[in-house]
Design a protein around this ligand. Structure first.
Ligand code: FAD
Ligand code: FMN
Length: 777
């Protein structure tokens, strides 16, 4: 077989050597446009885990790599004069040119032909090849030439970055943050060999312009950067190497493979997909692509099957890394947002930014760092006058939280979940047992399902309502039980279903009209939810709005009488108030449509009217859909504007959900996927937030709180299968301050003992499962 490889970067070379070793008779040539010693940039980084893979696939190159590399285990976040170190991370680095030389030598030894200074711009230039591996990097000309086939898309990120070198020795991976009158600038820096370090300088576009970097030549740029990082450089200079400011392109391709007759081409490395440098995975991805392509060729019977297998089998892994990189780069794009945080919290945020590193695995790597964060978090709460034992500070999830006159025992909330089990809006025994179990299960705050302000405002005939005394008294039975038997606080969520009303129960055909007995529905505009299926709602007149506002007020008064500690107004998920907020559902041309101020007019009037009658010492929250996940939906500016308006109106907490506005939504699900919105609102608007959505572990709860993304963390579905989530977590963290119902105290003692043992066993297992360092001592 004749194989041509376009591009002699790490991806192309590594594939060449693996293939030549396995199939010595193959005729393999690498075409590289540069000379062997040319290289852009400075160092590359690998984790211990990546080295494990190299070891498994090619012993000799692995040995050369590991002998050549510099190793470190610490990561330092240097901010506002403080250096915060977390250890146990396990990375190594070497110069890119050294890595390429190792790969060149190994390729030659195996018989790969290396052709330098030969540029290949088209597959037509390699007519005799049975397989062309397209490894020509981020600006791949071949990918672009055949773009109607590969269908690439490029997301050019807003931050500016430049890749520099220095002679400054560094004993850890460093994030150096600097604030100047022009703005905040960051250097990602690490040593890759004796006396050589890589420095990637990153900043937002405005700061970049403020510095005048857009008008400077290389010499002036270096001088300015050296002045800015003078302290960090410690007398050393920056070195440039074709160092241009760039915007990072996140690249994806719909297909990675092109088969035409006997000839086939396949994309690997940056040509195929890029991952932002802040997770240091570009070279790793390129070399792992080479491994994956090689393995597919080894396993499959035909070349075509192998290429298809590579395209489908490797995608998930690549997309996961790209997702982690995208979450990571977004953190750096919003550095300003976190700037006023305490350096310790800021550092925790840097470390946990891509969701791959959490509270517990950071604790495993560096218990001392986590102890410091824990003490700091607890101390901050103590400063707010809350009762906390600082000698034995709780993990963030077990610190209390106060809103107005209400203090919750811990930061875990049960998210509002409709049970569709009420009769005439009256909650029954199901609700007593369901809510009673969640309250005694230990969550600090239990949200009660969307409870409707009128019969016509119900979503389904099974929804709870609060417009009469019978309903109030039935709720009183529940709040009395919970207050008598737990420390949980109870928050009632009130709402009106709008155009999503008169629909079937949650376990029937959700959001579809009733089979019979429908009632008329209303909304901001006469647009049905499911075109051709749902009822067309009547658009509310200002007089109708007044009537509904009064219904909300009545429910608020009844909620207070029913003994609720807190009230939430439901402005999310496409229900009535949400239908005014989203431009997708509000087509009005009067004072209630158009600008976000107009779209918020009715929801805000409802909120203010409720706030007026709800006791001052009792807090109120609002649930919002912070994004619609559909084109033309709520914008980021709208989100900030509306949450600012709510804050002004006396709202104490924003419960940040997303979506469910329109059926054509395309949400991007994933662990903690809605947390970025709670983070955004909390740290841009300065209001307490609650996050929710695909949060399943106490570890995630602690990570979200410690990094300052939210003040409360709600779990919905996990609480349906486990009402005792919080009590179990208390045992896991040996937190003795958590309230347990006295009836359950014998269970507590056993749970604490078992958890201690299980935790020790798991820690041991995790420590043993950690990839060993590949350092040659
Ligand atoms: C600022 C920055 C910092 C980075 N830091 C790290 C890091 O710390 N760790 C890490 O792992 N990765 C890092 N990367 C990413 C890393 O450089 C790339 O992801 C990795 O090199 C991709 O390997 P590749 O083989 O796909 O492409 P490349 O390494 O880009 O190789 C492509 C090769 O193809 C050649 N070529 C291009 N066009 C042609 C043509 N038409 N004909 C012939 N030859 C051609 C090029 O000269 C080049 O040698 C960083 C990237 C940037 C931009
Ligand atoms: C059965 C069920 C009923 C729900 N009912 C409501 C509700 O009444 N009000 C509301 O705001 N959200 C409701 N939700 C959404 C949840 O509060 C929560 O936002 C969602 O389930 C995501 O969180 P999770 O991943 O922890 O489950 C409901 C979810 C479920 C599963």
């Amino acid at each position: 077989m004749k194989v041509s490889i376009v591009g002699g970067g790490p991806g192309g070379l590594y594939f060449a050597l693996l293939a030549q070793k396995a199939w010595p008779r193959w005729d393999i040539t690498v075409y590289e446009r540069n000379r062997p010693d040319d290289t852009f940039g400075f160092g590359v980084v690998f984790s211990d885990q990546t080295l494990d893979a190299f070891k498994a696939y090619d012993g000799p190159s692995y040995e050369m790599i590991r002998r050549r590399f510099a190793y470190w285990g610490d990561v330092d976040v240097v901010v506002k004069g403080r250096a915060l170190r977390s250890g146990g991370n396990g990375f190594c680095g070497c110069s890119r040119v050294a890595l390429l030389h190792i790969l060149h030598d190994r390729c030659r030894e195996l018989g790969v032909k290396l052709v330098f200074q030969k540029e290949i711009d088209s597959l037509d230039a390699l007519p005799a090849s049975d397989l062309t591996v397209v490894a020509d990097g981020i600006n791949s000309k071949i990918r672009e030439k055949y773009k109607t086939h590969f269908k690439p898309s490029v997301d050019l990120r807003p931050n500016k970055f430049v890749w520099l070198g220095s002679t400054r020795p560094l004993d850890a991976f460093k994030y150096f943050f600097r604030e100047a009158p022009e703005g905040i600038v960051l250097a990602h820096a690490y040593q890759y060999e004796e006396g050589r370090s890589t420095w990637i300088i990153e900043t937002d576009e405005q700061t970049w312009r403020n510095f005048g970097f857009d008008r400077m030549d290389e010499a002036a740029m270096l001088e300015t950067a050296e002045r800015l990082f003078a302290e960090e450089l410690d007398g050393h200079r920056f070195i440039a190497n074709r160092s241009l400011w760039r915007n990072f392109p996140t690249i994806t391709n719909e297909t990675w493979v092109k088969v035409e007759g006997k000839a086939a081409a396949v994309l690997v490395g940056d040509a195929k997909a890029t991952a932002h440098f802040s997770i240091g995975s570009g070279t790793k991805l390129a070399m792992e692509d080479a491994i994956s392509l090689f393995s597919s060729l080894q396993k499959e019977k035909t070349k075509e099957d192998a290429l298809r297998k590579y395209d489908t089998g490797r995608r998930e892994e690549v997309e996961k890394t790209q997702h982690a990189a995208n979450v990571s780069l977004a953190w750096f794009e919003h550095m300003r947002r976190y700037w006023d945080m305490d350096p310790l919290q800021f550092a925790f945020g840097v470390m946990s930014r891509s969701k791959q590193i959490t509270w517990e695995n950071l604790e495993l790597r560096d218990p001392q760092f986590i102890r410091e964060v824990r003490c700091w978090y607890a101390g901050k709460m103590k400063d707010q006058g809350l009762d906390i034992d600082l000698a034995n500070p709780p993990v963030p999830m077990f610190t209390p939280f106060r809103l107005r006159g209400m203090t919750v025992e811990n930061r875990v909330a049960v998210s509002a979940m409709d049970q569709y089990s009420a009769v005439e809006g009256v909650p029954g025994d199901w609700h007593l047992v369901h809510l009673g179990a969640r309250a005694t299960g230990g969550a600090g705050l239990v949200f009660v399902e969307m409870t409707c302000v009128s019969a016509d405002g119900r979503i389904t005939p099974g929804c709870t309502g609060l417009w009469n005394e019978t309903q109030r008294d039935a709720f009183r039975r529940i709040t009395d039980f919970c207050h008598a038997n737990s420390k949980a606080k109870l928050c009632l969520q009130i709402g009106h279903s709008g155009r999503k009303g008169s629909t079937q129960l949650g376990w029937e055909r959700m959001d579809h009209p009733l089979e019979k007995g429908n009632w008329p529905v209303v909304s901001a505009s006469p647009v049905p939810y499911h075109e051709g299926i749902s009822q067309t709602p009547r658009a509310l007149s200002p007089e109708d709005m007044k009537v509904i506002e009064l219904q909300f007020v009545k429910s608020t008064q009844l909620a207070d009488e029913a003994g609720f500690d807190m009230l939430e107004v439901h402005m999310a998920h496409g229900y009535l108030l949400a239908s005014f907020i989203s431009p997708l559902t509000n087509r009005r041309t009067d004072d209630y449509g158009g600008s976000i101020e107009n779209r918020m007019r009715f929801p805000l009037a409802v909120f203010s009217a409720c706030r007026k009658v709800f006791p001052k010492e009792k807090p109120m929250s609002v649930r919002i859909s912070a994004a619609d996940w559909a084109p033309g939906g709520l914008s980021g500016e709208d989100l900030l504007a509306l949450t600012n308006m709510l804050k002004e109106a006396g709202c104490d907490l924003i419960d940040c959900s997303t979506g469910q506005t329109v059926p054509q939504q395309r949400p991007v699900y994933g662990r903690m996927y809605q947390a970025p919105y709670a983070d955004w609102v909390r740290n841009e608007v300065g209001i307490a937030t609650m996050t929710v959505g695909a949060i399943t572990s106490a570890d995630q709860v602690n990570t979200l709180l410690a990094s300052g993304k939210a003040d409360l963390v709600a779990l919905g579905r996990p609480h349906l299968v486990n009402p005792y989530f919080t009590l179990q977590a208390a045992a896991w963290y040996q937190h003795e301050g958590q309230f347990w119902p006295p009836q359950y105290l014998p269970g507590r003692d056993q749970a604490l003992r078992n958890a201690q043992r299980e935790r020790a066993e798991l820690t041991e297992l995790r420590l043993r499962a950690r990839p060993a360092s590949h350092e040659v001592k």
